[in-house]
Write a new protein. Sequence first.
Length: 173
Amino acid sequence: MFKHILAATDGSAHGSKAVRLAIELAAVGGSALDLMSAISEETLPDELKRMAEAEHLGGTSRANPPELDVMGNMATDLGVGAEHERAYRVRSDLAERILELAEKEARRKGIKQVSRLVADGDPAKAILDRAKAGGVDCIIVGSRGLGTLKGLLLGSVSHKVSQLAPCTCITVK
């Protein structure tokens, strides 16, 4: 079986199925499990904007008053627009919540070695970089995610990962 599994998700239905499969395989095989989500630089789809509003994601909280708002200050220093900054915050908050829930489920299933990672940038590159650096021997991803039309035209994350992976790659539909 596998010693070290990497499950990558964006919270889509296929990504969630990929995580569930990874948890089951890791539990049966006693594998280490990395749970990962990558934040791309795309603007937010309308569905995620509405969800962010409903869940109060992507804004400053009382725990992070404006003067301690590192992401906001960094975005201002770099000249990044407010919409881009908000999109990043929402994606980051969503990724953290998705991975937190997945980690809880993995631990509930008895998996002892579980780690979470939210990466920045191109998802395929982030997944491949993590697999190479982390000694992963199996990558599990969903066949379709929350990507845009651009992703359809340039190739999906799962396709890129399966073509370039240094190990076994399972694509979940």
